[in-house]
Design a binder for this molecule. Structure first.
Ligand code: PSU
Ligand code: MN
Length: 301
């Protein structure tokens, strides 16, 4: 498999510097323009400030890239015609020579093959709620990829647009370690808590890095999920989020949205229904994940 590295990431690999992978679906389908390009740049800055090198992953004109130039980030943010690309889409997107944004699943896939062990994102995909009129069997490929790709994914849990207890059950069945960072509860993206207890908690960065290092040392076939709750100052109340989500979900069902379009649609609806508040939260938690991932990458390097 051919991966084209940016000079910066190639140099970092050669020098043995810590590297943090970043996804591109969050840029192309997670935020409106120009907020998305601002976030993409800030994610890179936050990681560099911790002494690590950011490697944003995407497919540009059919080429799998690890580390993007400024004009490539701008294209992903502003084009409006970038395919959301999970692992199963990689053959078509690369063969057709088109431009694709990678999800948690496909970013992890590329990161592992690029020799990168730590990846920062906002939230992972999971098991969708089986509500009337909605897809009854929509389980994100992010979970499958976590089970078979050796990368530590730092995320603020998963959104409560998903069935969080079912998501936790699938992660257990797939033998994916799930570690709370400074929490013993699964964070629900916009909210710091979900009422779901985690199987493991790391209360310090050293504890976290020991667990992650042990995981790689054991040679387990899976990745691991590091759950870093949204910063307190940015968190939303559970009731407010639940209200927004049921409205967004009802809209999606009424509009007949299915499959891969579901998560981007709901993100957009939440942003609109909350007058941009959910995007502010999403922005804050993504940067916070970048920071934790960079510290972790340095410690396990
Ligand atoms: N959750 C977010 N923001 C996102 C996504 C999820 O808060 O941008 C994106 C990620 O790229 C994730 C993907 O991997 O959506 C999951 O899509 P699906 O549910 O179709 O697998
Ligand atoms: Mn899906």
């Amino acid at each position: 498999m051919k991966i084209e590295f940016s000079k910066k990431v190639a140099d970092a690999k050669a020098a043995g510097q810590p590297i943090v992978a970043l996804e591109s679906t969050i840029i192309s389908h997670g935020f409106p323009y120009p907020e998305n390009i601002a976030l993409a740049r800030e994610m890179e800055q936050v990681i560099e400030a911790e002494g690590a090198i950011p490697a944003t992953i995407a497919i540009i004109n059919g080429v799998i890239k690890c580390g993007l130039e400024e004009d490539e980030l701008e294209l992903l943010a502003s084009s409006g015609d970038v395919k959301k690309c999970s692992v199963r889409d990689l053959p078509m997107v690369t063969a057709a020579g088109i431009t694709g944004a990678t999800t948690v699943a496909s970013t992890s896939f590329v990161a592992e093959r690029a020799g990168i062990k730590v990846f920062a994102t906002g939230g992972i995909g999971g098991v969708h709620r089986a509500e009337e009129g909605a897809d009854g069997f929509d389980i994100s490929a992010d979970l499958l990829e976590l089970s078979r790709t050796k990368v530590a994914v730092v995320a603020a849990g998963a959104k409560s647009i998903l069935d969080l207890p079912a998501t936790m059950e699938v992660l257990e069945s797939y033998s994916v370690p799930v570690i709370g960072f400074e929490t013993d509860e699964f964070p629900a993206f916009h909210c710091r808590t979900s009422g779901l207890k985690l199987p493991a908690a790391a209360m310090t960065m050293n504890e976290l890095s020991s667990m992650v290092a042990a995981h790689f040392d054991l040679g387990l076939p899976s990745g691991l999920l590091v759950c870093n709750p949204v910063p307190e100052t940015a968190a939303m109340g559970e009731e407010e989020v639940e209200n927004l989500i049921s409205r967004a979900q009802a809209e999606a069902v009424a509009a007949g949205v299915k499959g891969a379009a579901m998560t981007p649609y709901i993100l957009g609806a939440l942003n609109r229904l909350s007058d941009g508040k959910t995007s502010v939260v999403n922005h804050a938690l993504a940067l916070n994940n970048g920071k934790v991932a960079a510290k972790l990458a340095a410690l396990i390097n």
